[in-house]
Design a protein. Structure first.
Length: 368
């Protein structure tokens, strides 16, 4: 499975407090509740908006069928998987779970070069399971950068997969959308959010993809990680701003828009970039977001709990300052800790649950 890279965000010190270790009173209150009782506090999120990524880069996870049942038991109605695992697809049949299915990066060149290969991939992994499996998105590539050798293959693969999906009446009727998941650092400018713009080096890659999405009514998927922006900011991003701990205080004033948290600022910078790319009406779906509980600077159970509580307590349902009232469909990363993830130590500690299904925090309660 492709190991996602993470993005960073730089914000001027003149605007963002340097109080890295200062957590607002509201956050401390929430954290206290978290640590004292796993049963006293349950945050309720609207099921249509929140999903959870199902990464499996580990050797100690429950069987795929058990994982699907665990999603259902917790009322989680959206899942993202990073490859077409047949055991997971089989287990998803006749459930209420909507699926975002990735085309792994290493498969993209083949599907781009050969329409017949794309048709075969879609037939094997999508059409043969539809409509028993509720496919929502086919995600062609995760965090592909313009410098990657496969970057020129992403859009042709999207075209070929779209054409293959259209061959199935059941899939066509389900309105399955083809997209790709980007890193926020495809943007050359992110601050203030209204100045968000794709980097000059990325426009030749991303703008044609944006045009494809706009023409087909599909959203752009973006992996949004305030955690990596925080640890990569050299102290310019305050911890409370990153973990929804400002207590309603505006930290960044961007014209008429005030930002109380970094998540909204990052999402709105993507919206601003899309406007400049000629797609002002394109929807952004947050295809990954999370906070690790161990491994690196700022990665603690307390910070992670505060992040998830803040994220799910109205943040995604209310929209962003730039798009108020327009909920942000969001996928939490990830369901379980993954003990074989490469990279920084924190990569192995993004799970909402331990591999034996124990909650690391009072998990969001997903209700229909």
């Amino acid at each position: 499975m492709f190991s996602p890279l993470r993005s960073t965000l730089s914000i001027p010190a003149t605007t963002i407090s340097r109080r890295r270790q200062e957590v607002g009173g509201l956050v401390m209150f929430l954290i206290g509740i978290v640590l004292l009782s796993y049963t006293a506090l349950t945050v309720v999120a609207q099921a249509p908006l929140i999903g959870v990524c199902n990464g499996r880069v580990a050797d100690n996870l429950p069987p795929e069928g058990d994982v699907v049942a665990f999603y259902t038991a917790n009322g989680i109605t959206k899942m993202r998987i990073y490859e077409a695992d047949q055991f997971t697809l089989q287990a998803l049949k006749n459930t209420s779970i909507e699926l975002a299915l990735d085309v792994p990066n290493e498969v993209i060149p083949t599907l781009a070069a050969d329409p017949a290969a794309a048709t075969a991939w879609v037939q094997t992994n999508v059409i043969s399971y539809a409509p028993s499996v509720q496919f929502r998105y086919i995600v062609v590539g995760n965090e592909v950068m313009p410098t990657y050798p496969i970057s020129h293959s992403v859009l042709p693969a999207m075209h070929n997969i779209q054409n293959a999906l259209a061959q199935s009446p059941a899939v066509a009727a389900a309105n399955v959308k083809v997209s790709t998941a980007i890193r926020v650092d495809l943007l050359g400018t992110t601050y203030p959010p209204s100045a968000g713009a794709f980097a000059d080096s990325a426009t030749a890659y991303v703008v044609p993809i944006v045009q494809f999405l706009a023409a087909n009514g599909a959203p752009l998927l973006a992996n949004v990680y305030p955690y990596f922006a925080y640890i990569g900011s050299s102290g310019q991003v305050a911890l409370d701003y990153a973990i929804f701990g400002t207590g309603g205080r505006v930290v960044v004033q961007d014209g008429a828009l005030g930002y109380q948290n970094l998540f909204h600022a990052m999402v709105d910078s993507v919206y601003a970039a899309l406007e400049k790319a000629g797609a002002p009406n394109l929807q952004v779906v947050v295809s990954e977001t999370g906070w690790p509980s161990a491994g690196n600077d700022g990665a603690t159970p307390e910070n992670a709990a505060a992040y998830y509580l803040g994220l799910t307590n109205g943040t995604v349902t209310s929209g962003t300052p730039k798009r108020p009232g327009q909920p942000v469909e969001t996928y939490l990363f990830a369901m379980f800790d993954e003990n074989q993830k490469p990279g920084a130590a924190s990569e192995q500690h993004f799970g909402l649950f331990t591999p034996d299904k124990q909650p690391k925090y009072p998990l969001v309660k997903f209700t229909n």
